[in-house]
Design a binder for this molecule. Structure first.
Ligand SMILES: *Cc1c(COP(=O)(O)O)cnc(C)c1O
Length: 380
């Protein structure tokens, strides 16, 4: 009796024949990079996100980097990033040689805290990157109001939120420009690296298109210094085959989350995800919080979070659980030069010690969910 963290088996068999046909077509045609299927996917995914334009790139990280570059983020600029996210959200700022400024998060949704965002603004702030963490959109209305007041651009990190909605609008259409990852484990995943920038802003679109392809405006005519970051046609075949199923798969995730929620009610000391009423959650990650005192420190060792023991016990029982993410970005070695300390962002720090991701994928069975909750109960 074991439960994998994620299982692609059912999704793969649903798209198998479309992928076989699509691959054959690409092999015959030979348009391996930015080929027909890639162009089709850019249009289809942008439309899915209520956006006019899509720029296929080779990862979510590059989508963020090129989006910031398209906004002309440069040395001396500051960009505000939540402290609780995957490190790529901050790295893209560093790639532009701009300064990362962290903000704290909300204790219930784990998304960027608008008050902390507002406090972090200086005259040098050029952009903010709200992350729709785990698949639930951030407080975009409040963030937009603050950003507009200060002339700050909004770059959505929607790498975990394919298809999520906020006040009826899709993630990807909620800021100036948005970035998606199609890393295999994301809600819409390729079989390798892939990403996309979506926007309704024609100028951003045109610049991002040049940036992902050597700054090209003709075959060997280069207007700006660009990069090599393009979407592979074979990955686009897979993504085109999956996209028509995305809403259904997101609904299945939501049903699984609901069942988890029912079962978790009987467990004390486990906080299920909170869904705000004006948005939908796609549960890219089903993260529960275990707020418990740290175990006492022993012989000079720092106290071990209760969560770590639970993670260890569940994995030992064959139920795969992970931690997204155990170290907040302001305490990462990679960002030590910024001078943040323990205590700089108390909510992000507490969440890093208490959060735990349970298995979640569309075709999970009720029995699997019951097994996870049973294993959790025995591990508390
Ligand atoms: C996955 C992820 C990224 C990076 O995407 P890659 O395609 O892996 O480069 C960026 N931000 C967040 C929040 C992510 O979850």
């Amino acid at each position: 009796m074991s439960v994998p963290f994620i299982d692609f088996k059912d999704q793969n068999s649903i798209i198998q024949s479309k992928v076989d046909t699509g691959f054959k077509k690409v092999f015959k045609k030979g348009d391996y990079i930015l080929g027909q299927e890639a162009v089709e996917f850019e249009g289809a995914f942008a439309k899915y996100c209520d956006c006019a334009y899509g720029v296929g790139v080779n990862s979510g990280t590059d989508a963020l980097y090129l989006a910031l570059s398209a906004l002309d983020i440069k040395p001396g600029d500051e960009v505000i990033v939540p402290a609780h996210t995957f490190i790529a959200t901050a790295l893209c700022v560093s790639f532009c040689e701009a300064k990362v400024v962290f903000a704290d998060i909300e204790p219930d949704t784990y998304n960027i805290d608008q008050k902390s965002f507002e406090k972090a603004i200086t005259k040098k702030t050029k952009a903010v990157i709200p992350v729709h963490i785990y698949g639930q959109p951030a407080n975009m209305k409040e963030i937009t109001a603050i950003a507009r007041q200060h002339g700050i651009k909004i770059v959505e990190d929607a790498a975990q939120a394919h298809g999520a909605t906020y006040q009826g609008h899709r993630a990807g259409s909620l800021g100036d420009v948005a970035c998606f990852s199609f890393y295999p484990t994301k809600g819409l995943g390729a079989c390798g690296d892939a990403g996309m920038i979506v926007t309704n802003d024609r100028a951003i679109y045109k610049k991002a298109r040049m940036l992902r392809d050597y700054g090209r405006i003709g075959r060997y005519e280069h207007k700006i210094k660009g990069h090599n970051s393009r979407l592979d046609t074979l990955q686009a075949v897979i993504l085109n085959a999956k996209l028509p199923h995305l809403n259904e798969w997101n609904n299945m995730r939501a049903k699984n989350a609901q069942y988890y929620g029912e079962l978790l009610k009987s467990l004390q000391g486990v906080v299920a995800p909170l869904l705000k009423p004006d948005r939908t959650h796609v549960y890219q990650t089903f993260a529960v919080r275990l707020p418990a005192a740290r175990l006492p420190a022993r012989q000079g060792q720092a106290g071990v979070p209760h969560r770590d023991k639970v993670v260890e016990a569940m994995n030992a029982k064959g139920v795969s659980v992970l931690i997204h993410y155990p170290i907040p970005l302001h305490l990462q070695g990679a960002y030590s030069e910024l001078g943040y300390k323990k205590g700089s962002f108390p909510v992000a720090e507490a969440v890093a010690d208490e959060i735990m991701s349970l298995p979640m994928f569309p075709h999970m069975s009720k029995e699997q969910i019951e097994m996870v909750v049973e294993a959790l109960k025995m591990s508390l």
